[in-house]
Design a protein around this ligand. Structure first.
Ligand code: ADP
Length: 507
């Protein structure tokens, strides 16, 4: 394949939308990026304006092409990766969203989840079919909330006028024509986060959709992660270019990190943390608080599955120190503040801001900073905030080892927080295994680019991904076992202090 052609990834993330152009060797040629507004209407609610996201998508694609001085015809294929679970419901006749997108971190659907669980089975009600516990995190209950609370929405949905999608479907539908023939599909990885898809048949479960009051007609068609879904039709925006890959962001990173064999795992450190371990074509139910999810499906090949440990708050705790406490003025500044002290001074910070996800799934938890004395200063708090990421990751790794029956020997990492070298060393210390950073850290966008490039023959397959992957840096554990165990024990004690906080009348 000629080196003069490129693949573009559109990464529709939680805080921003990016377009990245890669060459055949997976080098980044150009990037466009734009943040969108985080809307917090009340405690626990998190929304995005889906129209703003679409406008930003157009803009960042133009930025990337412009910076690389490329035209549509230079782009062989486009792959989409996206924040998962975030729910958009729009009117197919007008292209207007009926409500803001309800974001994955949003906890407003607690009551809906409780009511569904009360039908029998509690939080495990759908787990054997969809691999997920009933939790506010997933899309299904968010769709239900919109249909219940937006005037006229349910009637329109029943009349077949509304469409649901995660932001992959929303962007794809708009790119392929919107109200004028837009393609309404999603891929198996995104569908596996809705609570509505059977993991074994990879099709919508009509019984669950019925219980949630969601007309199946509004759901996108489920396709593989790597095939041509349609081509760009929006005026001037990648017209004629095939859109040929979709992977949810964490699955895309797993693909970009070349985790193709059973037992290969990666951990992404972004707004939250997400560790995925490849379990091959086997659907492995978790006994230790992990999710069973689809990892990827390349064209007609069998689907590959994964176990996932999702942590809601890691990098966003650093943002919180910056935006809500003001003790740092930028995220990287936390490194200096944390280095101003020798250790955490006895302080442990459990950021259960959206309850606790893996491995606890405790929606009744709320954040706590414990172990405080007059000695503790803001340096210790910064340190405790960073350490929280490493301790939460250890809990997920323990769950993975227990579920898979084999101990992971090293962990591939990516995401914004891995720029923090002291944190990566502490992570290796607390895990007791090597932590490995790849040369190309943009693994999420890269994974989506690979899925698209493989579909059109730009890359021949997984071997190209493996060949392009290279190690950049490795951190090896240095802490002695007694100290590791002591700190981890205190962390676990701190976690128990966050439980049972939310009472029925808590606002
Ligand atoms: P996402 O894709 O989820 O939006 P990124 O992978 O871009 O996130 O990572 C950004 C996160 O990393 C932010 O939450 C930010 O607070 C955190 N971050 C960035 N630099 C540092 C640093 N030097 N130390 C700790 N955290 C950092």
């Amino acid at each position: 394949m000629s080196d003069t052609k490129y693949v573009m990834a559109i990464d529709q993330g939680t805080t921003s939308t990016r377009a990245i152009i890669f060459d055949h060797k997976a080098n980044i040629i150009a990037t466009g990026q734009k943040e969108h507004e985080q809307i917090f209407p009340r405690a626990g609610w998190v929304e995005h304006d889906a129209t703003e996201i679409w406008v930003n998508t157009r803009e960042v694609v133009g930025q990337a092409l412009g910076r690389a001085s490329l035209q549509n015809s230079d782009i062989e294929a486009v792959g989409i990766t996206n924040q998962r679970e975030t729910a958009v419901v729009w009117d197919k006749r007008t292209g207007e969203p009926v409500y803001n997108a309800i974001v994955w971190q949003d906890t407003r659907t607690q009551k809906i989840c409780d009511e569904l669980g009360a039908l029998g089975g509690g939080a495990e009600r759908y787990k054997d079919r969809v691999g997920l516990p009933l939790a506010t995190y997933f899309s299904g209950p968010k769709i239900r909330w919109i249909l219940d609370n937006v005037e006229g929405a349910r009637e329109k949905a029943e009349a077949g006028h509304l469409a649901f999608g995660n932001t992959d479907s929303w962007v794809l539908w708009n790119m392929t024509g919107g109200p004028d023939g837009g393609v309404h599909v999603t891929d198996v990885t995104n569908a596996s986060r809705t609570m509505l898809m059977n993991l074994d048949t990879l099709s919508w479960n009509e019984e669950i959709a019925g219980e949630m009051g969601i007309p199946v007609s509004m759901l996108p068609e489920i396709r593989s992660s790597s095939e041509v879904y349609g081509e760009g039709r929006a005026k001037g925006l990648l017209a004629g270019v095939p859109i040929a890959g979709i992977l949810g962001d964490q699955q895309a990173a797993t693909f970009g990190q070349a985790c193709f064999e059973v037992g290969h795992a990666k951990n992404t450190y972004g707004t939250g943390n997400f560790m995925l371990i490849n379990t091959g074509t086997e659907i492995v139910p978790s006994k230790n608080g992990l999710l069973t999810t689809v990892c990827y499906k390349i064209g007609d090949a069998d689907a590959v599955y994964a176990l996932e440990g999702s942590i809601a708050v890691t990098g966003s705790l650093v943002q919180w120190l910056r935006d809500n406490l003001g003790i740092i003025s930028s995220a990287p500044e936390i490194e200096q503040l944390a280095a101003s002290v020798e250790d955490n001074g006895g302080a442990y910070f459990v950021p259960a801001f959206s309850g606790l996800f893996a491995p606890y799934w405790r929606s009744d938890a709320r954040g706590a900073l414990v172990g405080l004395t007059r000695f503790v200063n803001k340096g210790h708090i910064a340190r405790a905030a960073l350490e929280a990421t490493a301790f939460q990751t250890r809990e997920v790794l323990d769950a993975m080892n227990a579920d898979s029956g084999v101990d992971l020997t090293e962990l591939k990492v990516d995401g914004g927080m891995i720029a923090n070298e002291a944190l990566m060393q502490f992570q290796a210390d607390i895990l007791g295994v090597d932590v490995v950073r790849p040369k190309i850290a943009e693994t999420t966008a890269l994974g989506a680019a690979y899925a698209a490039g493989i579909a059109v023959g730009f890359w021949s397959g997984e071997q190209d991904v493996i060949d392009n992957w290279a190690e950049d840096k490795r951190w090896t554990p240095q802490m002695d076992t007694d100290e590791r165990d002591r700190q981890y024990r205190l962390w676990k004690k701190a976690v128990t202090r966050t439980f049972d906080w939310v009472d029925d009348d808590v606002r």
